[in-house]
Design a protein around this ligand. Structure first.
Ligand SMILES: Cc1ncc(COP(=O)(O)O)c(C=O)c1O
Length: 248
């Protein structure tokens, strides 16, 4: 189908094609005939425009991820130029934009957070963090059995198996069980429960704590002011890794 041909289609046509061919996440597709999803076509800054020309303020920023706004010319130009120059090279060698971006991020991050592992989504980032933590446990304490990860009820960490196992929301997990073993869920804001869990499980079996700074998808739950300072102390005391999931 040519671009011009696409332009001739109306919202209803797109809805029909979409209903016939697109599998949407977290959707009951049986109801899609009654629910007219909006067909978005353009966006600039914080404004998104549908195929009928209606404009909306995108207060969600996509899925909380378009935090620099839509249609930024300098980014489109940079992507265009890099695609022409070197569109891809894997990290078995070095590609210059990734190297320079990692340096820029390291300069922004506090303390000794100096190394960046690039991934395509929040779920993959958490999946990787979980794997790094377990590998750390095996390599640093080969005589112990450190693999458990403490995560929190109401927390959301993604849709891949490891990240979903860390997630503490049963409606998002139930259909896919059994999940990855070795995740212990605790109250979302109670530090004492984390201390008790480590004591009862045995510190030599625990490798990391994962937490969102503010639980987002699980209901916007703010921790007490000293919560993360205490988590840092607990992690230092037992040499646990602290995985801060700041996807949103
Ligand atoms: C805190 C948090 N972690 C992880 C994820 C998963 O990110 P993604 O959907 O990019 O895989 C999300 C997504 O909303 C999130 O809010």
């Amino acid at each position: 189908m040519t671009v011009n041909k696409q332009k001739e289609l109306a919202s209803q046509d797109y809805r029909k094609i979409d209903r016939d061919h697109v599998w949407h996440p977290i959707f009951q597709h049986q109801n899609l005939e009654q629910v007219n999803l909006t067909v978005f076509e353009e966006a600039q800054g914080t404004t998104i425009i549908d195929t009928d020309g209606r404009q909306y303020l995108d207060a969600y920023s996509g899925l909380w991820n378009v935090n620099i706004g839509y249609g930024r010319q300098e980014i489109a130009d940079a992507v265009y130029q890099q695609m022409q120059k070197l569109s891809y090279y894997p990290h078995s060698q070095i590609n210059i934009p990734a190297t320079l971006l990692a340096k820029q991020l390291a300069d922004l991050l506090p303390g000794d957070l100096n190394h960046v592992y690039f991934s395509n989504s929040g779920s993959e980032a958490n999946e990787t963090a979980i794997k790094i933590a377990r590998q750390y446990g095996r390599q640093m304490y080969p005589e112990q059995n450190r693999y458990k990860i403490i995560s929190r009820y109401r927390g959301y960490h993604g849709f891949t198996y490891g990240a979903m196992s860390a997630t503490g929301q049963s409606p998002r997990r139930a259909a896919f069980e059994p999940l990855v073993p070795g995740f212990n869920h605790v109250h979302p804001t109670c530090v004492d429960e984390i201390i008790r869990t480590i004591r009862w499980e045995g510190a030599e079996t625990v490798v990391a704590i994962i937490a969102e700074p503010i639980i987002g998808g699980g209901g916007v739950i703010l921790p007490p002011d000293d919560y993360f300072a205490k988590l840092r102390e607990i992690c230092d005391q037992h040499d646990l890794l602290l995985i801060i999931d700041e996807v949103i």
